[in-house]
Design a binder for this molecule. Structure first.
Ligand SMILES: Cc1cc2nc3c(=O)[nH]c(=O)nc-3n(C[C@H](O)[C@H](O)[C@H](O)COP(=O)(O)OP(=O)(O)OC[C@H]3O[C@@H](n4cnc5c(N)ncnc54)[C@H](O)[C@@H]3O)c2cc1C
Length: 494
């Protein structure tokens, strides 16, 4: 079923407990800290189901339609359909929603392509995994994931503190109908806007951390769950004109606390298995499918960054300067390189699960490494092009309310062909994307959402074609020798 934006918003009114500091939010769809971002998520549901997008962004199976990010790819055309779906979603949000509904759904789809992995952990878990995938796609679920223990709480000594609760989420009880989980997980991006959270472990656990290995899914309105949001920037946006991106796209991040939450067995996928709680992502197509979506999202964000760079150069009359053209050319080349790698993921597709086709993992991890390490340099290049422009503008657009001030503003700040209000609009947008508090959060997001950089780099080490390269080099080295005339009798004897 393809959900409407209205139904999506209705689903968020499920009694969920969200805190902003000490304030308990009563409805995330109407609260001034969250309402516009909630509408942006709803917009994605409506546009996806709209007639002009329906064919690409959904597929039919047994007479029912499901979002294309639940499609298990078997052909290159399937991979193209998935990619174009990610791209359209990202283009409507300029790549600024990391947890658009296609992100976690792609992980879950990849996991459900390997039910045997789960069945090997405990009989029945494979069926649970497939059923959960079917439940998600049938209800067009928007999910986040919380797959990290809280920072600072990864030391075993914490378990021994007397009179204090253990912060790390783990199973504290097991009954006939499910498990009871207790503790905290980081860091639920968009948790306040998601129907469910996928709980698991993307970083390796020590072999004895079996109770922490729990991997399950829980609706975020479940009793016992609370979400402690970081500072929501939307609440502090001056106006849509002054902070257009903060205004619409602050997806927020929250610590999610689970206070003795019961999870039925049907929604448990890994239990008492420290090793597999991480391995499921890399032994299935999940990790590559989820992160491919992120690369496509980044591509759309890069287009916005590039468009601002060009507009600022135009506006400041510097675009004819060869050095400025060189800067813009390098940014454009970066965008072309990323898009080429994304298309390459499909053209060089590989099969890692019999019967299915996967995007090329080496290309995908190369793009992931590039995006997670280059974002700040790209932003800095554009900030440099902006010079002091953003700070030449008045504090906010209320300056035009008073006719006398509006006239002075227009006289002094306008340039031929551009009104002062138009120039300010571009610079406010640029600063919102590249310099604001919202921008600072994005810089941290792009660095860390896929894990710390040494982990992201490691994937390219693990999948490197070392054996092929060794053979190639050995063949070349073996094709010539020390010239005969230089060989001593000793060398020749060898
Ligand atoms: C904005 C944002 C959104 C996020 N959204 C989500 C989400 O939706 N779901 C989710 O589960 N998680 C999310 N995360 C969490 C993210 O996965 C982690 O931030 C990331 O894995 C790094 O872990 P950490 O923050 O605990 O840092 P740490 O592990 O504490 O690392 C801090 C620094 O120390 C370095 N370091 C640590 N150990 C080593 C080592 N052994 N060798 C070398 N260097 C080391 C790291 O490289 C890093 O620079 C999000 C993070 C951010 C910032």
């Amino acid at each position: 079923m393809l959900k409407s934006g209205k139904d999506y918003l209705e689903g968020l009114r499920d009694g969920r407990k969200v805190y902003i500091g000490g304030e308990l939010v009563d409805d995330v769809t109407t609260h001034p800290a969250f309402r516009n971002a909630a509408r942006s998520f709803a917009m994605l549901y409506d546009r996806k189901a709209a007639r002009e997008n329906r064919d690409v962004m959904s597929f039919e199976e047994n007479g029912e339609r499901f979002a294309s990010y639940y499609l298990m790819p078997k052909t290159k055309d399937d991979l193209r359909k998935r990619m174009e779906t990610h791209r359209r979603i990202a283009s409507w949000t300029y790549g600024l929603l990391g947890r658009s509904p296609d992100h976690v759904a792609s992980f879950v789809t990849g996991l459900a392509m390997r039910p045997d992995l789960f069945e090997g952990i405990r009989p029945g878990f494979g069926t649970n995994m497939v059923n959960y995938y079917k439940y998600m796609r049938a209800n067009d679920i928007c999910a986040t994931y919380t797959v990290l223990p809280p920072q600072g709480a990864r030391k075993p000594e914490l378990y021994e503190r007397e009179g204090m609760r253990v912060p790390t989420l783990r199973v504290i009880d097991e009954t006939d109908d499910g498990v009871v989980i207790d503790g905290m997980k980081m860091l639920g991006t968009s948790a306040v806007f998601a129907d469910e959270t996928w709980i698991g472990n993307l970083l390796p656990l020590a072999p004895n951390q079996v109770k922490e290995s729990i991997t399950c899914a829980v609706p975020l309105g479940t009793r016992g769950i609370s979400m402690w949001s970081r500072k929501p920037f939307e609440k502090y946006a001056v106006s849509e004109y002054d902070n257009p991106l903060t205004w619409r796209f602050d997806e927020t991040d929250s610590m999610v606390i689970f206070d003795r939450v019961k999870v039925p067995w049907e929604k448990v996928f890994v239990h008492d298995n420290a090793d597999m709680s991480r391995e499921i992502y890399v032994r299935s197509p999940a990790h590559s499918m989820g992160n491919h979506q992120s690369n496509v999202r980044f591509w759309e964000k890069l287009k916005l960054i590039l468009s601002i760079a060009k507009r600022v150069a135009d506006m400041n009359g510097i675009v004819h300067i060869p050095q400025v053209q060189q800067t813009l050319a390098k940014l454009a080349a970066a965008e072309a390189l990323l898009s080429g790698t994304i298309y390459g993921c499909i053209e060089n597709a590989e099969s890692i699960v019999p019967g299915y086709l996967n995007i090329n993992r080496r290309h995908m991890y190369a793009a992931l490494l590039w995006t997670t390490t280059q974002y700040n340099d790209l932003c800095d290049t554009v900030r440099e092009l902006m010079g002091g422009g953003p700070f030449q503008m008045p504090a906010d657009i209320s300056v035009v309310k008073d006719p006398a001030m509006a006239r002075i503003f227009e006289d002094y700040w306008s340039v031929p062909g551009q009104s002062a209000v138009e120039r300010m609009k571009v610079l406010k947008l640029g600063w919102d994307l590249l310099g604001s508090e919202f921008a600072g959060r994005h810089s941290q997001y792009e660095k860390f959402y896929a894990g710390p950089s040494f982990v992201v780099t490691n994937y390219s080490w693990l999948l490197g074609p070392w054996a092929v390269l060794d053979t190639m080099l050995d063949d070349l080295l073996g094709s010539y020798d020390v010239p005969a005339e230089y060989k001593s009798s000793k060398t020749a004897a060898k």
